[in-house]
Design a binder for this molecule. Structure first.
Ligand SMILES: [Zn+2]
Length: 412
């Protein structure tokens, strides 16, 4: 057996085991007593519901993971990706078109096989716990829209990147990096005007107590909040959220209608203060810069490894006498995933630090009390875990736990 393929298969199994261990630790941790300060988050029967929601979603994701790990391992073991490429290459479509068709087929197969899981997750599990508001019709329309968008945007970027790769291998990484950065800036600037309207309605927040309170707060801290929009999140789920998007004059605050329905004005202003904290501390740009550095390293390594046909051979295209771009890309992605997991631990850690900073910003502007009750409210509505395992938090949590955040806001 090909050594590189063996390494890839071992990586896949190890990643699966890591996830399994973390999930099991987390399930065990849920039996811990609730910390006193969090005792008012759930009424007792609601907490029982939270516990069974947690067990059910964990079992379900473990099941889905086992199936997909097994399927990917079999596809690799039998060299099916290489076979697919060999078959496509016979049509002589040219490099770029072959790459596009290859990824279209792989992407479509991935999408169709994950569809039953997504249907079950939405209409059986989320439904059972009262979160789901998506109708079957909306689900179908959403699925088709997302598929089309990923074909258009993903296909577009892929076509340009493939073209650059065949133009120059030496400068590939730096040009591809430039393309990705321009694209992600563009995506950020256009997200709420182009992508969101495809799925949701956004309306300016009506004049009234809430808008006045938000404007008041902005004035007090010398930060014009910009436009405030309400998005109809309730169309799909009862889960609530709020976020900031765009920059400069494009900046807008987006509040889920579910958030407005469930939280008091004081709590919403506090959640908003937290978001302003992210903005004031330049977290968007820090994330952007770090993402750029990470992409640069990944692209450089890829450009270097992709010069050898060993990656294409490992995926089953044994007659490769020169590297095949799309096979190299997939093999590289698989080989790189342990490094990605390790990097994820660091980026999640940084992200948790930023969350503390945003909380501290809100607390400094007298929103600590509202933020604590707002966070409790959000946790209860979303059936969040009050006692996750520390190892699980270390690897997977982009936000500190509710207990950690409250203790920090209270200055403990
Ligand atoms: Zn935050």
């Amino acid at each position: 057996m090909n050594t590189l393929l063996l390494i890839i298969l071992i990586i896949i199994v190890l990643e699966f085991l890591l996830e399994l261990i973390l999930d099991l630790l987390n399930l065990k941790a849920r039996k811990q007593p609730i910390p006193t300060i969090l005792s008012d988050v759930y009424p007792p029967d609601r907490y029982k519901q939270q516990q069974s929601y947690k067990v059910e979603t964990t079992h379900f994701s473990l099941f889905q993971n086992s199936i997909s790990t097994l399927a990917i391992a079999l596809v690799l073991y039998f060299g099916l990706l290489g076979t697919l490429h060999g078959w496509l290459a016979e049509f002589n479509f040219g490099d770029i078109v072959t790459t596009l068709i290859f990824f279209a087929i792989v992407g479509f197969v991935g999408w169709i096989t994950s569809l039953p899981f997504s249907v079950w997750g939405t209409f059986v599990i989320e439904e059972k716990y009262g979160f789901n508001k998506t109708t079957k019709r909306l689900f179908v329309v959403d699925s088709i829209k997302s598929l089309l968008i990923s074909f258009i945007i993903g296909g577009g970027i892929l076509a340009i990147v493939t073209w650059v790769y065949h133009l120059t291998q030496e400068w590939f990484w730096i040009i591809a990096l430039g393309i990705m950065l321009v694209f992600s800036l563009l995506a950020n600037a256009l997200y709420s005007r182009v992508i969101v309207p495809l799925f949701n309605k956004q309306q300016p927040l009506q004049e009234g107590e809430l808008l006045n309170a938000i404007k008041d707060f902005g004035q007090r801290i010398g930060f014009p909040v910009g436009k405030v929009f309400v998005i109809d999140g309730s169309k799909r789920s009862t889960k609530a959220n709020a976020y900031f998007t765009g920059f400069g004059s494009n900046r807008r605050v987006v509040l889920y209608d579910t958030l407005i329905e469930k939280m008091s004005t004081e709590e919403i202003v506090a959640v908003l203060a937290h978001e302003v904290g992210h903005y004031r501390k330049h977290h968007i740009w820090i994330n952007f810069g770090l993402g750029a550095v990470q992409s640069a390293i990944i692209l450089y390594l890829f450009g270097w490894l992709a010069q050898s046909s060993a990656l294409s051979i490992a995926l089953g295209f044994e007659s490769a006498n020169e590297p095949v771009f799309h096979l190299s890309l997939l093999a590289f992605g698989l080989l790189f995933s342990p490094i990605e997991t390790i990097l994820g631990v660091f980026t999640n850690r940084l992200s948790r630090t930023m969350e503390y900073q945003a909380d501290a910003f809100a607390a400094k502007h007298n929103q600590g009390k509202g933020l604590i009750s707002g966070l409790k409210q959000l946790s209860a509505e979303n059936l969040s875990n009050l006692t996750p395992h520390p190892m699980y938090v270390l690897v997977n949590y982009s936000h500190p736990t509710l207990l950690q955040r409250i203790n920090r806001i209270n200055g403990e």
